[in-house]
Design a protein around this ligand. Structure first.
Ligand code: AMP
Ligand code: MN
Ligand code: MN
Ligand code: MN
Length: 278
């Protein structure tokens, strides 16, 4: 496919976004997006509504998902694009990945109670659109509501990242499984926001190499959460490893996300866009 303004990574209320799949599609249309993927965390339940709304508006839509993957002690996010959403290993694998989220959330609530923040689990649930998908973002919104920190970003920095009091360890999918579910379903696998991981350059190179060796297809050379310098660095990575390149806002909601849907920077022109293979 060709596209002038593709956006291949965003979230709805089916995971930790603030807009319903239909409202997200309407916003994409308003921002002149011409190729959209909805990529909720570990969940496909928003795809049919989004596709229906996109079809009605004449917006091209591809199935997407953002899979949580454990890499040692770190979490990586692998986006799948253009897959068959009924492929049983993908559907069952994602159900398995989701299944630990509620218990994790209860443990987060207990961990926060230990530092005197009570009721955070129940408070986070008020923000949850899909009971199977409680995320740290929902806790962050509740902690902002009760005045623990001034915005979502500072809640993460002080409470919800590794080493902070509300962080609990969790086992997600393996990289191997995530790739085999995506590829088995006929999709393409993309490393999401490579600039967001707390990994040294050497460790990040190991991720790229392993991902390539497992048949990984693309990286988000452009992500809404990064600046131009990062983009140039990941463009070099794409050339070096032979990865296709994706462009993504990672939009979660108005006011909360730095980059709105359809508003990420353009890809450097020499790269092969992942959407040319969709
Ligand atoms: P979870 O899947 O529950 O671990 O939540 C991960 C989500 O939290 C990410 O997809 C982001 O939406 C959000 N998030 C993670 N780190 C940050 C951060 N530093 N600032 C804002 N949001 C973040
Ligand atoms: Mn998110
Ligand atoms: Mn992510
Ligand atoms: Mn995301």
């Amino acid at each position: 496919m060709l596209a002038r303004n593709p956006d291949l990574h965003c979230h709805s209320t089916v995971s930790d976004g603030l807009l319903s799949p239909r409202d997200l599609v309407a916003r994409a249309v308003a921002h002149e997006v011409d190729l959209l993927a909805l990529t909720d965390h570990d969940e496909l339940a928003g795809l049919s509504d989004a596709r229906e709304a996109a079809d009605a508006a004449g917006l091209r839509f591809v199935n997407g998902v953002e899979i949580s993957v454990s890499w040692g002690e770190q979490t990586l996010h692998i986006v799948g694009l253009g897959f068959d959403a009924a492929h049983p290993p993908l559907v069952e694998g994602l159900a398995q990945v989701r299944s630990g989220r509620d218990e994790r959330a209860e443990r987060m609530g207990a961990a926060l109670a230990q530092i005197g923040i009570r009721g955070a689990y129940e408070g986070a649930l008020k923000y949850v659109g899909n009971p199977a998908l409680v995320s740290r973002s929902h806790f962050a919104r509740y902690l902002v509501e009760i005045g623990v920190a001034r915005d979502v970003k500072s809640v993460f920095d002080h409470y919800l990242v590794r080493g902070k009091p509300g962080y609990v360890e969790h086992d997600w999918a393996s990289l191997e499984d995530a790739l085999s579910w995506i590829h088995g379903a006929g999709g393409l696998a993309v490393i999401a926001h490579p600039g967001r991981y707390r990994l040294s350059n050497d460790e990040l190179e190991k991720v790229f190499a392993r991902f390539r060796d497992l048949g990984g297809d693309a990286i988000e050379v452009v992500s809404g959460s990064q600046g131009r310098e990062c983009t140039l660095g990941f463009a070099r990575v794409a050339r070096r490893y032979g990865f296709l390149a994706s462009r993504a806002s990672d939009f979660h909601g108005p006011l909360e996300s730095a980059t709105d849907i359809g508003c990420a920077d353009p890809l450097p022109e020499d790269l092969i866009p992942v959407w040319s293979h969709l």
